[in-house]
Structures are given as C-alpha cells and as structure tokens.
Ligand binder design. Sequence first.
Ligand SMILES: NC(=O)c1ccc[n+]([C@@H]2O[C@H](COP(=O)([O-])OP(=O)(O)OC[C@H]3O[C@@H](n4cnc5c(N)ncnc54)[C@H](OP(=O)(O)O)[C@@H]3O)[C@@H](O)[C@H]2O)c1
Length: 261
Amino acid sequence: MQIAVITGGSSGIGAALARLLAERGWRCVLLARGREQLERVAKEVGGEAEPCDVGDRTQVEEVVDRVGERHPAVHLLVNNAGLTRRKGFLELPPEQIEEMVRTNYLGGVWCLLAFLPLLEAGRPSDIVNVVSVAGTVAHGSSGPYAAAKHAQLAFSRATTVELAPRGIRVHTVNPGPVETPGFPQRMLLERPLVRRVVLTPERVAEAVLRSVEHNRAEVIVPRFLRLAGAVQALAPASLARLVSRAGGRAGALPDRERRPR
Ligand SMILES: NC(=O)c1ccc[n+]([C@@H]2O[C@H](COP(=O)([O-])OP(=O)(O)OC[C@H]3O[C@@H](n4cnc5c(N)ncnc54)[C@H](OP(=O)(O)O)[C@@H]3O)[C@@H](O)[C@H]2O)c1
C-alpha cells in the first residue's frame, strides 16, 4: 500500500488532499497540532493521526520514529502545514514572526530531513511543498508571510535538484487565494470582479496530485498568476505598491475573529 504523510492534514488543503488520496487507495498519515480535529479527519479518511508541531525539530523526529515502526517506507511527503497573520513586519509581534518562519519554512525542512530515510526506502518517492504565489510576490501588508514563503520556495527548488539523484522527486505547488478556515478570503469573495480567482481546497488538492502524477517540478494555480512572479522580477517596487494598495489586506481579519485551534 502507498503511504502518504501530509502535514497540516487536519484542515483546508491538507484535509482535501487526504480525502482525494484516500479515494485513490493511499494510506494517509496526517500531522497537525490540534489533536481533536486531526483525529476526526484521520478517522474520516481511514488514516492515522500524528499530533505534531512541524516547527519543533524534536517533535518531528519523534513522529518519524513512530511512523517508521508502522511503515518501513513512505512514498509521498506533502509539506503543507502553514499559517498566516496578514500583517506587516512593523505590526506583527516578534514571536509571531518567528512562528511564521518556524512553521511555513523550517517545518518543511525538518520534515524532509527526518522523513528522508523512509522516503529513500520508498523510492521512487515524491515530496510536494505547498508554497504560495506569495512566495513569488512580496508586498508590504503580509511581509513576514511572504518572506517565509520565499524561503520555502527556494528550499523547494533547491531540493528538487539535490534529491533527484537519490530517486526522490520534489514538486512545488504555488496556489493563489484559497478559501480555507485558516486563510479566509472574505474580502475577495465579496468583490464580484475578483471572486472567481479564489480557489477551493479541492482544486489545489487535485493540482498537488497532478504534480506528482505528471512529474511537474513547479506549478502555479491558477496558471495566469505566474504573471505576478514575472512582473515582480521585472518591476518589484511597482508590483509591491500595487498589490499592497489593491488587495494585500484582502480577507484580513482582526485576531479575535480567527478560528481557535
Ligand atoms: N488558503 C490560501 O489562500 C493559501 C494560498 C497559498 C498557499 N497556501 C498554503 O497552503 C497551506 C495550507 O493552508 P490552508 O489554506 O489549507 O490553511 P488551514 O485550513 O488553516 O490549514 C492549515 C493546516 O496546517 C496546520 N498547522 C499550522 N501550523 C502548524 C504547525 N506548526 N505544525 C503542524 N501543523 C500546523 C493546521 O492545524 P493546527 O493549527 O491544528 O496545527 C492545519 O491543519 C499553507 O502552507 C498555506 O501557506 C494557502
């Protein structure tokens, strides 16, 4: 049986992917911090729950030990766990900037390193890093999130090359805005002209699976958003100003409105 490990598997894109893979006969091991919701989704997909903060290297290594006892080989790792605060560097408390880097960037690094022996045992195997269009475009109003996603994108691209000789394929999926519990897109959904840009988690889950099935190194969903990265490369300051003014705060919620964990 094919074994998939999905970080952030209790909600949004990760939960949609777990459902899709389970339909295709995969056994899914789901990682997230909140135990109750994690166990609920794991039960729903006939999978396994492993409560874990991916930003904590020791916790990740302990999970790998437990998973390795049950499954000597892993065939797919999806680094999907992530969070946003939609605030700038001057607004966000330092500990939340650190949390953003630990979760959105380092979490994927620790999972890749710790799961590597199990992925090698499962060769040919795949890793998918769920990054973001925010990894290709920086603007003022979500600077710490974009910075962590830029780091995650560089990590993903570098390991695509580094792991190829080991028979492990690394794919990058960069979604645009997706309506999920942790990333509510209320303000975009309220604007008739841009509403259609907002994706469902199921659409991103399909893009993740396609990237593996068609061995695509890097995909952007929806495809036209690749333009954003190109414009940023050619005119970074103008694009940053435009995005910050037009929609950088779209969907921003005061902290008290965020869902509790
Ligand atoms: N939604 C969007 O607009 C969008 C766009 C582009 C990219 N993305 C990326 O897609 C990924 C999934 O986001 P989503 O939209 O599906 O959000 P979501 O519904 O909030 O799901 C996030 C998942 O990550 C888990 N998580 C958060 N911090 C964690 C940590 N430190 N350790 C382990 N698990 C952790 C959450 O569970 P716990 O809180 O219980 O740990 C949850 O299962 C993220 O990497 C995000 O950056 C999202």
